[in-house]
Design a protein around this ligand. Structure first.
Ligand code: NAP
Length: 373
């Protein structure tokens, strides 16, 4: 059985990965060993089979005995450990949720329902680094990737509505603290039906902008507000998150002629689902039915939501999609700008298809491939 080492399994992405692997009984397909950067010698997680205690995640010798390493630990860990491992001649598979290696020419960004052929070719060519993509990019491609693959797309703009979880566990807690804070400060005014709504609104703004409001991890208050800047500024004026839209999409699809993609990435007060409003300039005037059929046939997770207020409210919101593998895609219509301009809104769980699921699936692909060869 292939020896598979796990690092970063107790973080946010790692825990979702562990849960999914337990649900799917994946741990019986290889020999798992768990590593840690901070808890060496402690008990390994309960995965239903006996495993040794936690190993030191910086022990290059122990790591080099693994056939496959799966890490959800973050880019600084990758930067510290992977070059050393490779320098020492380790030729195993490196599967990583962090962004550090994504654009490296020796790496493939994995999203197998969209780029399985790219993955298979890379494995047969001896590529060993398989990296999960940016969450908004993966979620967009799960929704409309087939249109890009079929050469039907001239360009896309994506305006995102990204959840707190994309910024990490601390940020999710901060959003909740902010909501609590507003709730507590406003309770009396809200409970009294005589309070004029403008007095409530004034108090909300004062509360959110007060120095005591809990804002440590986000750059500004998020509860009752939105932050249209994610990650750092690039020379192009884009944020790094916006830059990834075009760079990673074209790398995932290995396009010969890159498809332009750009937009504005916005943090909103959702917990774990990212939403995106897409404007897609098509290369031809395709009928909506034909477009929906192609999308529905492209993978088993994308769900077309009828363009009605009832269906939208029931199925096309972050709250409705949270914790599910479904990729909801709705509000599909032609814009009145012209018949080649398609509009759509998509929602996906950024911890599942946006992070853990592509990692879980590439591990399975590699394990089954190696077992055959
Ligand atoms: P995280 O929750 O901060 O966890 C990272 C590590 O922090 C853990 O593996 C753990 O390592 C350590 N840690 C320290 N205190 C902890 C505690 N109380 N509970 C749990 N872990 C603790 O990181 P993450 O958000 O999962 O992100 C991991 C990587 O995935 C990053 O590179 C990120 O960019 C990438 N990614 C994240 C998302 C996302 O939505 N968050 C999406 C796609 C990709 P030890 O056990 O070794 O101490």
């Amino acid at each position: 059985m292939l020896k598979t080492g796990f690092i970063g399994w107790r973080g946010m992405v790692g825990s979702v990965l562990m849960d999914r692997m337990k649900e799917e009984n994946d741990f019986y397909e290889f020999e798992p060993l768990f590593f840690t950067t901070s808890q060496t010698g402690k008990k390994a997680p309960d995965i239903g089979i006996d495993t040794p205690v936690l190993q030191d995640a910086f022990d290059i010798f122990k790591l080099s005995r693994m056939d496959i390493i799966v890490t959800c630990q973050g880019s600084s860990y990758t930067e510290k450990v992977l070059p050393d491992l490779r320098k020492k001649g380790w030729n195993g598979f490196w599967i990583d949720a962090a962004s550090k290696m994504r654009m490296d020419k020796e790496s493939i960004i994995v999203l197998d329902p969209v780029n399985r052929e790219v993955i298979d070719k890379a494995i047969s060519c001896g590529i060993k680094n398989f990296i999960g993509g940016n969450c908004t990019v993966s979620l967009m491609l799960m929704a409309v990737g087939t249109l890009l693959k079929k050469g039907l797309v001239d360009w896309i703009t994506s305006i995102t509505y990204q959840s707190a979880s994309g910024a990490g566990a601390k940020n999710m807690r901060e959003l909740l603290s902010q909501m609590n804070y507003v709730g507590e400060k406003l309770k009396e005014l809200v409970d009294d039906p005589q309070t004029p709504i403008l007095a409530i609104d004034k108090k909300v703004t004062e509360t959110i902008l007060s120095p005591a409001f809990p804002v440590k991890n986000f750059p500004a208050p998020l509860a009752g507000s939105a932050i249209p800047f994610i990650d750092k500024l690039m020379d192009s004026g884009q944020t790094k998150e916006e830059w990834k839209g075009c760079a990673e999409t074209n790398k995932i699809l290995q396009t010969k002629n890159p498809i332009p993609i750009d937009g504005i990435c916005v943090r909103i007060g959702a917990m774990r689902c990212h939403s995106q409003a897409l404007t897609i300039k098509l290369n031809e005037n395709l009928a909506l039915d034909e477009i929906c059929k192609m999308i529905e046939e492209s993978n088993e997770w994308v769900k077309i939501i009828p363009n009605t207020p009832e269906d939208t409210a029931k199925y096309l919101t972050p709250a409705a999609v949270a914790g599910k593998l479904d990729i909801a895609l709705g509000r599909i219509r032609k814009l009145n700008i012209g018949p080649k301009y398609l509009s759509a809104f998509t929602v996906g769980d950024q911890l599942l298809w946006g992070a853990a699921e592509p990692i879980r699936r590439i591990l399975k692909i590699i394990v089954s491939n190696e077992s055959i060869s």
